[in-house]
Design a protein around this ligand. Structure first.
Ligand SMILES: Cc1ncc(COP(=O)(O)O)c(C=O)c1O
Length: 423
């Protein structure tokens, strides 16, 4: 029996501590309802949401068109399994993704799966079949997921890798550009050239996997010249370039895919997830036919991948995100946020850098410890703002509000953020 003066949120948190494995970490937020840029807990306390379920709510919580599309699909059929029967919403999502694809290679094809990690694993499988090569090259500060191969490709020991080895073989790592920490595009390319001399024969590398804006690693947007240089290096060795847009895609940076903002950058495959499903689980891989067609029938799949409800939601998301006004609004939101963050940083010398692309913005504390960022996230929560930290040292605060957050809610959130930094 719980004491009668326990709030609903406290009761749920107590049950959570009793029944949910602690390896699943969650901060104190308990959710009973969510709408637009706000979440409400079971005791009626409302929070501005700058986390969006880690970048899954670019279109806002419970967007009316997405909820309607899910309900209509629920009235027709639920699970079918695409390996048992073809259904049109899956095909239609792939058709829309072909139209929007930033990849080179002629006709575009896609597969749909359940999670970002699963999509990354599939992109590597496809790259291996397409090239007949085993090795994969990834970068410092990368986050690609928590399954065995994706975890191996991820670049943060605690909490993602410690104790979970042995890891998958044939994964090699190089530094990515990080100008604030003194690593330029040319340094990164030189490090890759060194990797190809010292550690792995480039003729055995199937693909290089890069987030155009590294998410969990600290919202590190690649410098403007980097993707083209990386692409040229890959091409010279017959290596495929896989762009992980799981967090940076679906309008977050002001274009459908972040890579569109880089000259001469045409990935061989794009991996997507998170916001594409509007709140339902959906992820996948898009690429040119000469790469995607190399896997024989049955080589790719999964019971729930491209579930009809998720596909119906994704079609509504794609309608919303491809409206020119929506992306213009996302760019405006990014400009407003950046200007305010620069202002805030001007008053807080402990902030070393404000950075990001479009509305994928963050600031890094100069001190390389998680303490300050954690204190700000906690203080913001107490004041009614959900925030997330990130970065290898946990010293970066990232902002992922819905892209259609109104000016008043945005300002309310940013004001709480500044208050939480202290005077
Ligand atoms: C860039 C990137 N790749 C991959 C993933 C893994 O996605 P999921 O958690 O859906 O497996 C994430 C999740 O945060 C991500 O941000």
């Amino acid at each position: 029996m719980q004491p009668t003066d326990t709030s609903a949120a406290e009761r749920i948190l107590a049950d959570r501590a009793r029944y949910v494995a602690p390896g699943m970490a969650t901060p104190k937020l308990v959710v009973a309802h969510a709408e637009g840029a706000r979440v409400t807990d079971p005791d009626g306390r409302t929070y501005i949401d700058f986390a969006g379920g880690i970048g899954c709510q670019n279109t806002g919580h419970r967007h009316a068109a997405i909820v309607e599309a899910i309900k209509e699909q629920a009235d027709r059929y639920l699970h079918q399994c695409f390996m048992i029967g073809t259904y049109e919403p899956y095909v239609e999502v792939c058709r829309r993704l072909a139209e929007l694809s930033p990849c080179g290679g002629g006709e575009q094809r896609s597969i749909l799966v359940n999670s970002g990690a699963e999509a990354i694993e599939n992109a590597v499988k496809i790259a291996r079949t397409a090239t007949g090569r085993p090795a994969v090259v990834v970068f410092d500060n990368a986050f690609h997921g928590r399954t065995l191969l994706a975890m191996t490709m991820t670049s943060k020991v605690k909490p993602y890798k410690a104790g979970f080895g042995p890891f998958a073989p044939e994964v090699y790592r190089a530094p990515a550009p990080y100008p604030y920490q003194g690593i330029s595009s040319d340094d990164s390319i030189a490090a890759l050239e060194h990797l190809f001399k010292a550690d792995v024969d480039p003729s055995t590398v199937a693909c290089v996997v890069l987030e155009p804006v590294q998410g969990e690693g600290g919202f590190l947007a690649m410098p403007p010249d980097y993707p083209e240089k990386l692409h040229a290096l890959c091409r010279s060795h017959g290596i495929l370039w896989v762009s992980d847009e799981i967090q940076s895609g679906v309008g977050r940076t002001g274009t459908m895919w972040a890579v569109e903002q880089y000259a001469g950058a045409e990935p061989d495959m794009t991996v997507f997830g998170k916001s594409i499903g509007g709140g339902l689980p959906l992820a996948g891989v898009t690429g040119g036919a000469e790469v995607m067609d190399t896997v024989p029938p049955g080589g790719l799949g999964g019971t729930f991948g491209g579930n009809p409800l998720s596909c119906a939601a994704a079609l509504a998301v794609l309608d919303i995100v491809t409206e020119p006004e929506f992306l213009a609004g996302a760019r405006e939101l990014g400009e407003t946020m950046r200007a305010r963050l620069e202002e805030i940083a001007g008053r807080h010398p402990e902030i070393g850098e404000v950075r990001g692309l479009g509305s994928m913005l963050a600031f890094e504390f100069a001190e390389r410890t998680p303490d300050r960022a954690k204190a700000v996230v906690d203080a913001a929560f107490e004041r009614g703002l959900v925030l997330l930290s990130c970065g290898l040292y946990g010293n970066v605060i990232r902002l992922l509000p819905p892209l259609n957050t109104g000016p008043e809610e945005l300002e309310e959130g940013l004001a709480i953020l500044e208050e939480s930094l202290g005077a």
